[in-house]
Design a protein around this ligand. Structure first.
Ligand code: ATP
Length: 696
């Protein structure tokens, strides 16, 4: 059933923007379950909590958004805004006059009027769930005082109260804004899908410390939201019951995620405790005497832990469900005028998630995430609940722990004329201090109650927190509902710094690996620079080697690589320069000598050429003489050396060929003087050459 308001007065709005989920109908369970073990099969193991608490926190960028669950919806269903980033809140509204089930959700990318731009990622996620009017309230015609204008807003109308007290009804209608508002028709499935719990589970797997709270007045639906009605856990469990709460559905979702992460090895352990009359009881091992466990401070982890609390290994989903069943059966439940199954204690169910992953270098790194599901005992006006005897004692203790959180003094209690004050909002003083920038670094009285000790880390520390404020819409609960809404609104201002929890040794390994990575990169960079340098040097070296080839022959100069020059000291350099100057001088002298020799050779060549011409001319003359002689006919013979015709006496040739002829028939050159002159010239040329040193 959708509660729709026709007109919304523009009054004081809440402190930040958010999303409003208009109620839905229809049921459905998470499904996906095939079987389970019995609670009696719980495998328990003693753990003093040290293995979980001895972790080092490492700061991570604050980049997580709890609204991712909604972003996932937007990608599936939205046509209006599929590009929602974590800084762009997505608002969910049901369609006008339609039942607001998930199927009919419409994504509207808009902001609520008068709201802030967006909720920072590391703020506590606060959602409000309004339960339906119960049969008694309907019978008594106890009308709803809540309206749901959308965009994460909720209006509380207190005009009926004001009319009783004064005429001024202007301030009696208040508007608050949250991340999500679940109207009375919202199903258990809707809480899983839209509260942000899915993102919280994902972060727990990543190694963050996460907490989901339910708080509000007694009978407002805290237990219903977290676990569903208690009768679900008695008798034969029906896994498909649509009333199963957030814890059951979260377990199913957690195991589905784990199954898909093949690259990790997961170790899951679970514990379940209750704080009853300020005593911590192990719900998985309460014992007949229900002996309380001690809450101690761990210096190492900087947080409180419960000594000797059972931590149960949970390899399968069934094991986790068995833990839930066992704890639910053992928790303290009582009945009073406002709730037949009222939780008389605060309960904390914790799932520790250790994820191990093998890195590239073969090293195993593990992260220690956890998720706490906290069901708080409802604050109550004992006047209303008509508590007495044991129930009254319980109420006093419940209220004491809540009072610490709510900072309501005894004086104020007396002022309100109630026997035991009921504080409708759990987080009270701590929230007020933590949300106040001036006070948040001051003293927060966590130590004043067991509850605040165990939740300190989730509230102000390095965890990720989801608060589900449960309220009643009935008129007669106006004061409690207003208180819850006020504190929920304050809680939204609390900022946390989520960190991943790791073993110190492993954190060190991880940081060293990061260092190695950056050094490797630096190394690569240097290598690239050096390679360039080397290339330049080798080019220079080639040039130098060319020079060395020319000047190095026959020299005794030391061979020094150009790269080594900067390493030489001044005396070595001076010596080197001296050697090179001497070498230079020797080379210059040699050059001059070569130049002189060349000049001489050229001159001799000229002489030889002239002599040659003279000889040729002489030879021609001789031949002419021979031709004119009738006895010795001249005939030309080609000289291979000069290419000119040289005339020889055929008679000489015939003589040599025919040795039997008379010597008189053999013609010899007649000019003996000429022959001797040529021979003399040739000898002289040889001498010249020898003298000028051309042989060199
Ligand atoms: N959203 C809801 N839809 C239907 N029934 C609801 C819803 N919320 C609460 N109820 C019913 O209202 C009654 C009281 O709810 P519940 O026990 O969860 O309140 P509570 O806040 O846990 O109270 P207490 O602090 O006393 O334990 C139960 O019968 C429960 O089934």
């Amino acid at each position: 059933m959708v509660y729709r308001t026709s007109s919304v007065p523009q009054l004081n709005s809440g402190d930040s923007s958010g999303s409003s989920y208009k109620g839905s109908s229809g049921g459905g369970s998470s499904g996906g379950m095939t079987g389970r073990g019995r609670a009696s099969n719980i495998k328990t193991r003693r753990n003093n909590g040290k293995s979980i608490t001895s972790t080092q926190r490492q700061l991570l960028p604050r980049s997580r958004s709890l609204t991712n669950g909604m972003q996932r919806i937007s990608s599936q269903k939205s046509t209006a805004n599929t590009s929602s980033s974590r800084n762009t809140p997505v608002f969910l509204r049901s369609r006008e006059n339609e039942i607001g089930s998930a199927d009919t959700l419409e994504i509207v990318a808009s902001k609520s009027p008068g709201s802030e731009s967006s909720t920072p990622d590391d703020n506590i996620q606060v959602v409000v769930r309004v339960r339906p009017l119960n049969a008694k309230e309907k019978r008594n015609k106890n009308a709803s005082i809540l309206q749901f204008p959308g965009n994460g807003q909720i209006i509380i109308d207190g005009r009926h109260m004001v009319q009783q007290q004064s005429n001024n009804n202007r301030d009696s209608v208040k508007v608050f804004t949250y991340n999500v508002v679940f109207e009375p028709g919202a199903t258990q499935d809707d809480i899983l899908d839209y509260s942000g719990i899915k993102r919280i589970i994902e972060m727990a797997i990543e190694g963050f410390s996460c907490t989901a709270f339910c708080y509000g007045q007694t009978g407002s639906g805290k237990t219903h939201t977290l676990t569903g009605p208690p009768e679900l856990f008695f008798g034969k469990p029906n896994l498909n019951d649509h009333r199963h709460g957030l814890i059951f559905r979260s377990f199913v979702y957690l195991f589905r995620l784990i199954k898909n992460r093949k690259d990790f090895h997961f170790i899951l352990k679970a514990s379940f405790l209750e704080i009853y009359n300020e005593r911590v009881i192990d719900l998985l091992n309460p014992g007949s005497a229900r002996k309380p466990l001690a809450v101690r401070w761990s210096k190492k982890s900087g947080s409180f832990f419960v000594e000797n609390l059972f931590n149960v290994d949970c390899e399968e989903l069934d094991d986790l469900l068995a833990v839930l069943e066992e704890g639910m059966r053992n928790r303290a439940v009582g009945s009073h005028a406002m709730n037949d199954h009222s939780s008389r204690s605060h309960t904390i169910l914790t799932v520790h998630i250790v994820s191990e992953q093998q890195t590239d270098g073969g090293v195993f790194l593990s992260k220690h995430g956890k998720i706490n599901f906290v069901d708080l005992a409802g604050s109550e006006l004992t006047k209303k609940t008509m508590s007495a005897g044991k129930t009254l004692e319980e109420a006093n203790n419940i209220n004491k722990s809540l009072m610490v959180l709510g900072k309501l003094t005894l004086k104020e209690m007396e002022k309100q004329k109630v026997q035991t004050i009921a504080i409708t909002c759990l987080l009270g003083y701590c929230i007020a201090s933590l949300s106040d920038n001036k006070k948040r670094f001051g003293h927060i009285p966590y130590r004043d109650s067991q509850l605040t000790k165990l939740l300190a880390d989730s509230l102000a520390g390095n965890g990720v927190t989801l608060m589900i404020a449960c309220v009643s819409p009935a008129r007669y609960n106006f004061a409690e509902t207003l208180n819850t809404l006020r504190y929920a609104s304050r809680a939204k201002r609390i900022r946390t710094k989520p960190v991943i929890m790791m073993d110190p040794r492993e954190a060190l390994i991880l940081s060293l690996k990061r260092d190695i990575k950056s050094l490797e990169m630096e190394n690569e960079h240097l290598k690239a620079v050096l390679h360039l340098h080397h290339q330049l040097n080798s080019e220079r070296k080639d040039e130098n080697e060319d020079i060395n080839l020319q000047i190095g022959d026959g020299t005794n100069l030391p061979k020094i690589h150009i790269e080594r020059l900067p390493e030489l000291d001044s005396s070595e350099l001076a010596e080197l320069v001296k050697l090179y100057m001497q070498e230079n001088e020797a080379l210059r002298q040699e050059n001059n000598h070569l130049f002189t020799v060349r000049e001489t050779i050229l001159r001799d060549q000229e002489i030889v050429c002239r002599e040659n011409e003279r000889l040729l001319k002489k030879l021609e003359d001789v031949n002419k003489v021979c031709v004119r002689s009738p006895v010795i006919p001249a005939r030309p013979v080609l000289s291979s050396a000069s290419g000119s015709e040289i005339w020889t006496n055929p008679q000489d040739m015939e003589e040599s060929e025919d040795l039997g002829r008379p010597a008189s028939l053999i013609q010899h050159p007649k000019d003996d003087d000429n022959d001797n002159g040529i021979a003399r010239n040739i000898l002289q040329m040889e001498n010249n050459i020898n003298n000028s040193g051309i042989h060199k």
